[in-house]
Design a protein around this ligand. Sequence first.
Ligand SMILES: Cc1cc2nc3c(=O)[nH]c(=O)nc-3n(C[C@H](O)[C@H](O)[C@H](O)COP(=O)(O)OP(=O)(O)OC[C@H]3O[C@@H](n4cnc5c(N)ncnc54)[C@H](O)[C@@H]3O)c2cc1C
Length: 466
Amino acid sequence: MKDIKDTLIIGAGLSGLTVAWKLRQLPEHSFLLLEQSEKTGGAIWSHSENGYLAEGGPHGFLDNCPESRALLEESGLEQECVRAPLARFVRYVCMNGSLKLIPQTPAKILAAPLISPLEKLRVVADLWKKPLAGEPTVSEWVRYRFGKALLPYVDAVFTGTYAGDLERLVIDGVMPGVRQIEKEHGSVIRGLLKKMKGARNTKKGTKKSLPAMTSFPQGMTRLGERLSQDLIPGKELLTSCSVNALSRTNGCWQVETGQGNFRAHNLVLALPVNRALALLAGLGTPPPQTKIAEAKIVTIALGFGAGASLPPGFGYLTPEQEQRFCLGALFSSNMFPQRAPAGHILLEALVGGRRHPERLQIDDANLIKEAVRDLRQLLNLPGEPTYSRVLRPGGGIPQLEGGYPALLQWRNTLMQKEKGLYVTGFGWEGIGLNDMIKTAFRVSEAIKEGEQDSGEQEAAIKKVYF
Ligand SMILES: Cc1cc2nc3c(=O)[nH]c(=O)nc-3n(C[C@H](O)[C@H](O)[C@H](O)COP(=O)(O)OP(=O)(O)OC[C@H]3O[C@@H](n4cnc5c(N)ncnc54)[C@H](O)[C@@H]3O)c2cc1C
């Protein structure tokens, strides 16, 4: 048995690394971060080869989250960032077999000829609709409030974020802020207009601009690398150290690992929901579900040479009704510099997701062949790819589907009951990098103050960007 730490953190993905980063700032707070794999960063994974730089995990994050901006500032990464502003980097949705440009502001979206005038009137009927009771899926909720014409566009949004299925994701899970507005104001449009008016009054004089997709010249791996860089190996960070069990005895948390047992006053689980649930079994009342669905995707990185060209912008997404092989593709060499050798382009196609797990069984050669066939119908890609690589992440994206609100409530009750227990990470409160950083800040603040984490934060209204 090793000495007792103030805090043990399980998992050195972005969530655990951010908690460790913040705890390092506390004088005389001892902590140890335990990571099962040899490297830190978790789902973040950049792949560099033959002059191409692709991402097997996240491609970037929007710079509109105060906590993420603070982390970049504190770590010095702010100076290194590369940014692709949404105002300049347009996005497309594949509709009826071709790419349609999607404007980025609600007013422009409404003005664009994406849906018919009658369908636009149906959207406004939201003003007279009562809040929808129960735990509706995204599809049920959008259909009820705004009509079915919006569904393909909403499908594209949730394909791009969750690789999910809007017939299964629940609105209370994926957009709690918007759901709250619906319940408070009786209408989403009325509630949003009120909020916008309030924000205009308080932010008079400040310039409104769209956020930028943010990454690093070396790819997203740089984020994990920087956050681990100052951790003292063996004292503050142990890699190749899988936590197999945890318990609480004599007022201390104890974890069992292949490298011995460790004890601490506080225990942070910074893990994807399913990994956390496996370790939490046996603690308190059983969870309402022992596992949630995950959506696995593969990234197919493709380089093309002379004659190939990409439309300006960030990439495109495809709703399921289009019945295409790829969920969409990122125009990576448009977005960030040095993603492809001179005279070449790089695009990264995404395949699989919640609705097509069977495609992950396809071998690399056939995945590449099918992806190229699909992309060629939409883009100017003559000749054979000059580069191709299939990147298969180990884990999937947690899906906030039926029963998720009850599971989150169970976690919050558990954290209130079990002194010193903090449960954060991939899928608990959102799935994006910004969600991870925001929640990790809240957890480390609670530890600093010696408080339990209620798990309750104001349900933010996340803006939707394609
Ligand atoms: C393919 C893909 C694409 C994505 N794209 C984007 C994107 O473009 N933008 C965006 O904002 N987000 C994106 N995300 C989500 C983003 O990657 C996650 O929000 C974030 O990386 C989650 O960080 P985490 O630390 O909570 O979890 P993880 O990154 O999963 O880290 C958990 C860590 O815990 C370790 N671990 C697990 N079990 C144990 C154990 N028992 N003992 C010790 N260690 C353990 C794991 O090895 C891992 O290192 C994407 C995710 C995936 C999978």
